[in-house]
Design a protein around this ligand. Sequence first.
Ligand code: APR
Length: 321
Amino acid sequence: MNRKKIALIGGGQIGGVLAQLIARRQLGDVMMYDIVEDLPQGKTLDIAEASRIDGFDVKVQGTNDYKDIDGADLVIITAGLPRKPGMSRDDLLTTNAKIMKSVAEGVKEHAPDAIVIIISNPLDAMVTLFQKITGFPHNRVMGQAGVLDSSRFSTFIAWELGVSVKDVNAMVLGGHGDTMVPIVRYANVNGIPVMELLERKYGDKAKAQEVMDAMVQRTKKAGGEVVALLKTGSAFYSPASAATAMAEAIIYDEKRLLPVCAYLQGEFGVDGYYVGVPAVLGATGVEKVIDFELDETEQAAFDNSVNAVKKLVADMERLGF
Ligand code: APR
């Protein structure tokens, strides 16, 4: 098997962790692009010099020239400003749309056959804009949000129940904003519903619900919680981990069913928008969106989240993008 070429557009906090994770897992040769002179070269040199210790043979290089991403199989985009305390992801719209426009043009010219994972916020709008500019088929353009939001939800459940997070399955759907939708009904520990385990723990349905509600709220605000603590930027280890899991699913054609910001064509009652939904990830990117029946409350929350995405996309169009 030929080694894959993975281009990272953005060599900031997330880009750096991504490069290291990808190298350690030997998913492919890494080419990190950033507009800041010497930054991607410096970061990748630092990572590459640990190759003897970490035991990887893949190349890890940096550039300020889009030509060097030529022929990339996979592109992961983190270019754009992160949040500062008090900001919502949507506050980044104008600045990051400008950046995304230039990134989309560069990727379109130099990596026209790549599968693309976007992490830059506001996520759903950035994915929409990138696809619009490149015209890439929808299955090759997706966003990372749900894998991380679901991991956050699963982590809180594991802490609450005192079980290994490896046995927790919980999914977060919808847009990657304050309206995201943690799916409580199907959250389980090796098949046992989390709600049942909470009811047994507290011996009281109302208390179990209260504890779950608090975990749902913490999940929705988890990105902001990290921003408030870091003060200088937003989460970067966990978004990099999440995108690496998606990259791995694509490179090894794993057919993993993951929550992904994918293009909907009628699924979940939505047509023509990018929103977080379960999807099968394999060698061709988003191979299938997995539609399933939401109950009334979940559907209402999902619709509310889709409306927030629609508003964001409309705002972006009004700004001329
Ligand atoms: N082309 C390429 N890179 C760019 C461009 C551009 N036009 N404009 C800015 N960058 C680079 C910056 O130079 C910086 O190195 O993007 C990088 C962003 O890195 P950080 O500021 O460290 O942000 P990070 O924490 O990595 O988050 C990146 O992901 O989760 C989202 O909200 C987050 O939008 C933010 C993005």
